[in-house]
Design a protein around this ligand. Structure first.
Ligand SMILES: Cc1ncc(COP(=O)(O)O)c(C=O)c1O
Length: 359
């Protein structure tokens, strides 16, 4: 099967599975906030029409100032990017030709970015049996040989968050061995107390990557940023494509960041729905990864070898989930699902009950 690289592609999946175009699909395969985008965004984008006819501010001063205020760091330590994806590629560019470690299972773009910039990559793979804990001894051993370690925290696809104390140990060791940690916090908006931004002043070898596309459901607008030392930001600014972030994204970023009501509603929904799912999966004997964010890994504990059959069964019943074939260490043995609305979960649970009756 020619599995697509990323989630959120119902039309492609329908073709692959030869499902009729008319079949209604609920998409659990992309990790986006189902409450978003905020209601006011559409009107605001219309108001920004005039901005479409101008080049964006090359320094993105308003957005950078808003981000610096919120993160309590300096503007020169922020680089606005075309989604978290560009931040990943820029981070890899900074270490062009050097040695990187990537902790897996993780977002596949770290490998692509490192390959693109000819980094020599060592893969470090966590195991499900160990609840995706960091193998600290192995990491501390390999760190001196690396220029940079890529870590996804909160982790896509598991939703888990490795303890801050362990990251601190890696940063500490990294200071001695001139090793940077690039931590992708694309999903930390869903668990903000976990952000490493509080460690950031202490550790100049820490580079943080963020995305606004998940929390605010704006993957089409493309908006992300990097937090790094001024020298890193300066160097990467010169490497960045001119006007990489579009004017509309730049205009709405400060407004999105100020919408704390929307974020609070999101937390309330997430708490509630995560509880519902945990109870359902416990009762029906499914594994749900100990997630802290808006997605999780799923496996049928009674049929651990039938994950592909479960994927197909769900899809044939109008539920699209994410396969895990291109996540190192998972190799398709789990499914990844976004946490979605109450109604969508009711539909999911009906189908999973049918699956349970069948096998
Ligand atoms: C862990 C992680 N980082 C970064 C990204 C890139 O997000 P975007 O470029 O939409 O901001 C994604 C997208 O799925 C992701 O899962």
């Amino acid at each position: 099967m020619n599995w697509p690289e990323h989630g959120g592609q119902p039309a492609t999946m329908k073709k692959l599975f030869q499902l009729e175009d008319e079949v209604e699909i609920v998409d659990f395969s992309a990790n986006l906030n189902p409450l978003g985008p905020p209601d006011w965004l559409k009107g605001e984008l219309e108001k920004q029409w005039e901005n479409m006819m101008r080049y964006p501010d090359p320094h993105y001063s308003n957005s950078s100032a808003a981000l610096a205020r919120i993160e309590a760091i300096e503007e020169g330590e922020i680089l606005l990017t075309n989604g978290g994806a560009e931040a990943i590629f820029l981070a890899a560019k900074y270490f062009e030709g050097k040695k990187a470690g990537i902790v897996h299972p993780a977002f596949s773009e770290y490998n692509r970015a490192c390959d693109h910039y000819h980094l020599n990559v060592t893969d470090i793979t966590l195991s499900a049996e160990d609840d995706f804990r960091l193998p600290m001894n192995t990491l501390l051993e390999v760190l001196p040989d690396l220029d940079v370690l890529f870590l996804c925290r909160p982790n896509n696809p598991t939703g888990t968050v490795v303890p801050k104390a362990e990251v601190k140990m890696l940063l500490e060791q990294g200071l001695n061995t001139h090793t940077y940690l690039v931590v992708d916090e694309a999903f930390v908006d869903f668990a903000p107390s976990e952000s490493l931004v509080t460690l950031w002043k202490e550790y100049p070898n820490l580079i943080l990557l963020r995305s606004l596309t998940k929390m605010y459901t704006i993957p089409g607008i493309r908006l992300g940023y990097m937090m790094a030392g001024k020298a890193v930001v300066e160097e990467l600014k010169t490497a960045q494509i001119p006007w990489s972030v579009n004017a509309l994204a730049d205009a709405v970023a400060p407004l999105l960041l100020d919408d704390t009501d929307f974020v609070q509603r999101t937390f309330d929904w997430l708490d509630e729905q995560a509880k519902v799912l945990r109870a359902f999966y416990r009762e029906h004997d499914f594994y749900m990864s100990p997630t802290r964010v808006n997605f999780y890994l799923l496996q049928d504990k009674r049929n651990t070898e039938q994950t592909e059959e479960l994927f197909t069964f769900l899809f044939q019943h109008g539920i699209l989930v994410r396969h895990t074939y291109n996540f190192k260490g998972l190799d398709g043995k789990f499914l990844r699902l976004a946490i979605r609305t109450e109604e969508e979960h009711e539909r999911l649970c009906v189908v999973l009950r049918k699956w349970r009756e069948r096998v």
